[in-house]
Design a protein around this ligand. Sequence first.
Ligand SMILES: [Zn+2]
Length: 147
Amino acid sequence: MKYWGYFAGKLAAIVGVVCLLNLTLAHFFPPPPVSRYQHDRSLFLQDMSYTFCVLGVWLIAVGLLSLSVRDQRQRCRTCLRRLIMPVATGSWGNILTIGRPQTEWICPFGHGTLRIDELQITGKESPDWTRHDDDIWKELESYEVRK
Ligand SMILES: [Zn+2]
């Protein structure tokens, strides 16, 4: 829940920035006076500088949204810290023995591992998040027992 709340907070901040930019545009480009012959008072597609400014605001909004989604994907689902230590696993040459190429990211506090496929043939696949046990020592001790 904390994960999605953080994402909603970022989206709200982006909406706030875009609204502020739109208000700035409205301040610098006031609507033209009422004309008897022109019913459409919108400057969009009528005034080139206003149209480019609106497109620039749209581009900024899409860029912020893209950065937000990219940042959110690389955060721990539990503590919201950025995932670290990317490790490339798998190989196309040895796909049957060690699997497809993936990149694994881990939480610095051991909450989980994120696996992202290198090649996504069937469209954009959601990354695989694997939650670890809360007791990391239990997992380490299990390796010791196996030996
Ligand atoms: Zn974490």
